[in-house]
Design a protein around this ligand. Structure first.
Ligand code: NAP
Length: 365
């Protein structure tokens, strides 16, 4: 019998729609038979929007799916096991905390919180209430990432030496409302919190998780160019040095909100080769492995490509279902330590770049 996980969805915006659409795809299409997903509640600040969301996803005829005009009613629904939080960044803390206090497991969108102090507080609450908590770092669960990890950690290319990764997007910032979540500092606007998690996940997979690193944290340098429109970070770069262990490697990461991404979006160079990951780096469908000779010339090149039904947001959901089924409080692939490292890095980059969120936005300091 497959284990069924019952989801409550918090908010009806763009990514909630994508996520639920993927949850509704038959797991057999991805060769998964041990877990299945069921939507039992959708919460919005407006009941009409919750109903419209359910309708748009073809769930209107399903009597088991409840529409609510508040988030609290979802947390308090006994037919919900896990809450998916997909509100703007600066609401993740309070929405997740409310869910945890109602003893619900939580999958929270990236960036997991506005700062590291908020995340520490959430993790303490999750522990106290005995619930599973994970940041929705769906990239880590992609088939391409799992295959990348096998090659990267195997040593067949030698140790990693540098990671260059960028995720950018041209949001047409001159012509969108200042209240758009990418521009509004009250919503944690800017490149770092919105796009930064994705170049960073590649540095974490390639360097932080590399067996030679032994779990050692990097030193952090950050630089920010702000937009005069609202003062949020427009172009941000991060340098991470991993040199406290057997690994001596550097990651150079960037994100921008006024220009499109590069392709390949990630290049990882090793002692005897390189891996180039195709954009979009949050859900890559292919990468190329290059093997070098002693002079650094490419002797062999192999492309790996991946295909599946839908957008691929269900791979993380399958992980959540298995962890909850097995009474685990965190995922072994994207555990609390990695979200903590992410938020420590973002805090430090914002500090070095002089980007302070408006007073009251960060709920824990
Ligand atoms: N994993 C990914 O690939 C991915 C992609 C995009 C976004 N995200 C993340 O998901 C989160 C949501 O992004 P999104 O693109 O879905 O945003 P969105 O389309 O603007 O939706 C956000 C939803 O949050 C709710 N909300 C609650 N308080 C709000 C407020 N003060 N202002 C605006 N909306 C508010 C609204 O739903 P109700 O009115 O129904 O309550 C709104 O529809 C962000 O943290 C983002 O980083 C992840």
């Amino acid at each position: 019998m497959a284990y069924q996980l019952r989801w409550g969805i918090i908010s009806t915006g763009g990514i909630s729609h994508q996520f639920v659409k993927d949850l509704l795809i038959d797991p057999n299409t991805r060769n998964v038979q041990d877990v299945i997903h069921k939507i039992t509640a959708v919460g919005s600040r407006s009941i009409e929007k919750a109903r419209e969301f359910i309708d748009n996803l073809g769930l209107a005829g399903d009597k088991d799916v409840k529409a609510y005009g508040s988030y609290d009613e979802v947390y308090n629904n006994a037919d919900v096991d896990v809450i998916y939080v997909a509100t703007p960044h600066t609401y993740h803390y309070e929405n997740s905390l409310d869910a945890i206090k109602a003893k619900k497991h939580v999958l929270c969108e990236k960036p997991v919180t506005s700062n590291c102090a908020e995340l520490r507080s959430l993790l303490a609450a999750a522990k106290e209430n005995g619930v599973f908590f994970m940041e929705a770092m769906w990239t880590r669960f992609q088939p391409s990432s799992l295959e990348f990890k096998k090659i990267s950690d195997s040593g067949e290319l030698g140790l990693p030496v540098t990671v260059h990764a960028d995720l950018s997007g041209n949001f047409n910032i001159e012509n969108i409302p200042r209240t758009h979540r990418i521009l509004d500092p009250i919503l944690g606007g800017g490149a770092l919190l919105d796009l930064g998690p994705y170049p960073l996940v590649w540095a974490i997979m390639a360097l932080y998780e590399n067996p030679a690193n032994g779990g050692t944290k990097p030193t952090i340098t950050g630089s920010i160019l702000k937009t005069p429109l609202t003062g949020v970070d427009c172009n941000t770069s991060i340098t991470l040095n991993f040199n406290q262990s057997k690994l001596a490697a550097q990651a150079v990461l960037s994100c921008s909100i006024n220009i499109d991404s590069m392709n390949p979006g990630v290049t990882i160079r090793y002692e005897r080769g390189a891996i180039k990951v195709a954009s979009p780096i949050f859900v890559p469908k292919s990468f190329v492995v290059q093997y070098f000779d002693e002079k650094g010339a490419v002797t062999k090149e192999k492309e790996r490509a991946f295909e599946y039904v839908g957008r691929g947001m269900y791979f993380q959901a399958d992980e959540v279902a298995r962890c909850i089924r097995d009474a685990q409080m965190e995922s072994s692939l994207w555990g609390h330590d990695k979200s903590l490292l992410e938020m420590e890095i973002f805090d430090e980059v914002r500090k070095q770049g002089g980007y302070e969120l408006p007073p009251g936005v960060e709920k824990v300091l």
